[in-house]
Design a protein around this ligand. Sequence first.
Ligand code: CTP
Length: 403
Amino acid sequence: MPYSLTGKNIALGVTGSIACYKAVDLASKLTQLNANVDVMMTDAARQFVTPLTFRSITHRPVVSGMFEADSELSINHVAIAERADVVAVVPATASTLARLAHGMADDPVSATALATSAPLLVAPAMDANMFDSPATRANVDLLRQRGVYVAGPGEGRLASGLVGRGRLIEPSEIVGHVRILLGRGGDLAGRKIVVSAGGTQEAIDPVRVITNHSSGKMGYAVAEAARDRGAEAVLVSSPTALADPTGVRVVRVGSALSMRDALYRECADADAVVMAAAVADWRVADVSDQKVKKGGADVWSIDLVKNPDLIAGLSSEDIVKIGFAAESEDLIANARSKLLSKDLDMIAANDITAEDAGFSSDDNRVVILDREGAEDRLPLMSKYDVGAEILDRALPLFRSPTP
Ligand code: CTP
């Protein structure tokens, strides 16, 4: 997750739960992403972790009481509430949710939540019975109605030994939710971007498939870049080892034909499609119902039939079409001919023989070609940044006016 949150001010309110240790991890992750993380703690939170822990991680003062003022550093909770881009209460206990629902302001966390005009995120953490109680449910509903973003809780084993709903969601997921809030109202707000990813799998029999080396990283990164600018991002993905990105809807597919069905359904009301998937050009002519036995033969031939070209089958009248060209030779000439034959708006050509920008790398080096003949050679950059460059160029091409 190399893309940064430089310049973003995140106010992190920590309240008293055993899950406080995950707030430490969250503060660390946000700080590593270059965000300015201002931590505020309730008295109860200080029973679980010390302010020193957060100060050592964020390299910033920590607000841990209502009546301390450090005007020189301007770190009191009112200043924090004003400059925050997002206020995140992690973990949010049942009593904190009750305080927030009732507009109390008797600790630095609830006072900041009340004073801010920034989006407010709460990530509940408590015992399942407490989360299920009518009082907590009513408080959560009330907060939601007021526009508070409720992230989680998850299901699983709780500190009490019970198994149920009440676990604080993982810090990496909370970072995703913070990104969604930061992206609200971004330049892709109101737009739907469909991204295909991964290598399709063509069945030979119930056990074997024909597939390729695609890791899915490029497509997932484009979808995350679109999400972070306010778009509705949908991934149509063949199997990958990657986790579903928070806030991106993932439609799982297998073969090229199943990808086509899902892709065309999702593209019906989309503004742009980015085809990062490595679609199998061929599928097995006769897929066996039973596992094929090796028998005594030394050679096995399988007949293949051609798959349809998925992106070529979409109409460029309705949707911005962006492709990738994976080439091992004649990069530009081959990419340009694909741009034309598939009627694309843009194609990102990459040399798959480059060692620093291969299938499973987090980085890519592409040349972006468009219909007008432009040829933009981008330096080696993260796949997320490649996604951002592609989306920048897609913005002026949308077929419908700004929503
Ligand atoms: N593509 C597609 N449907 C296919 C094959 C490819 O939509 N059946 C898309 C890919 O997702 C990519 C672009 O077309 O965005 C180019 O794919 P690539 O594999 O580079 O080229 P092919 O068209 O398959 O041609 P070749 O294998 O001959 O290089």
